[in-house]
Design a protein. Sequence first.
Length: 186
Amino acid sequence: MYCPVCGQQQISDETRFCSRCGFPLIGVSELISNRGVPAGSSILQSEPSAKKRGVKQGLFIFLLAFLVVPIVVIISIALRAEPFAAVFAAVLLTIGGLLRMAYALLFESGIPGQMTLEEKLLAASQRKTLKAPASAALPPNQTIPASDYVSPTTGAWRDTNELERDRIGSVTEGTTRLLEKESTDQ
């Protein structure tokens, strides 16, 4: 394989960059093996895009109205019935076909092989329901039996009167003493 920029012959077809100019050769070997057509190209794929399929379906439904409605009219005349079924079929098929085409043009992807809007939403909802975050679960149940409770021994608790005896003074009193000491020293 040769570099398409500088013409340097490469040692292997798996070479990622040209040894002379540094051109990325990642897709070049793929192009050579497919005779110049990229692997993901629509030329090699015969599957139409979701948008194209949707427009075709809508057009088919719309044109189906021109076949179904006369047949329903003929049947309603033969049965001497009101033409409600013919009107219903005409409205349903024409509006349904037009709506299907509009939906395909507005919401479906034009890239062949890409997921449709419904498939994307379904996949996202399945990922969310199947993959619950670990933080959403409650912790395991932990109980401590009442028999394990031991009341504190005497002397282990401090009485509030003991706190008053141990009190050295408040921060304000200490600061005032320091300021008075400094003023007497000067």
